[in-house]
Design a protein around this ligand. Sequence first.
Ligand code: AMP
Length: 255
Amino acid sequence: MKVVRGIADLHLGTAEIGLVPTMGALHAGHRSLFRAARAENDVVVASLFVNPVQFDEPSDLAAYPRDEMRDAAIAEEEGVDVLFAPGPDELYPPDFATWIDVEAVGAEGAARPGHFRGVATVCVKLFNIVRPRRAYFGQKDAQQSAVLRRVVRDLNLPLEIRVMPTVRDADGLALSSRNVRLTADEREQALGLPRALQAAAGADDPVAAARAGLNGLHPEYIEVVDLGVATVLAAAVRVGTTRLIDNVLLEGDLS
Ligand code: AMP
């Protein structure tokens, strides 16, 4: 696996490329995206970049876990060909001034002002730099993948957005780079989120059922979101200082 920091050093040629954008602190959720990309493309590029402009809370950005050596070993194990790990100035020169301003999808966009603009901007930059045929995202961030599908459609970008199922720990908690911040007690509380969503998925009023099942956790939002190709029941909760999101499919197919 090649680790590349400069855009000019990528030299990817004309092969079919699968791109997996990540912010690092890699776990089995990221591994499943690498495997899907490996199975469907000639060349797999993973990006490793903690994108400052998508963080709406400076403390969240400062505390984001970073361990490039470990991440590189995981990417290599999963057959990634090129790890693109630019420094912040490589993607955002000091006079950077152009943004992809996409209308937010659902309450997640409203809850995190500027977040999807930051995600869409960095992804369009990565799409232009790497020129993938396919880009891989996780269902855990279902609203994000819907935003990116909209950007790809609206701007006629020549790639396909592929969405892979959420990978969970054995107890049901969706894997997330932020889970390492949970204390043992908080982790136990956090389980209320997947359990409530799962139990509510078949209910007549899934939002009310999920709210009732949250077991003392206070939701930032719980909502049924129409993502075009699928409808999901999505929620965000705060456990201690950690914000967690999750969703379950109600109808359709996100892939
Ligand atoms: P991140 O590094 O958190 O920006 O995530 C990079 C990609 O991995 C995004 O497309 C996420 O949706 C995806 N991802 C994160 N957690 C999971 C998970 N538990 N299962 C599947 N995909 C995930």
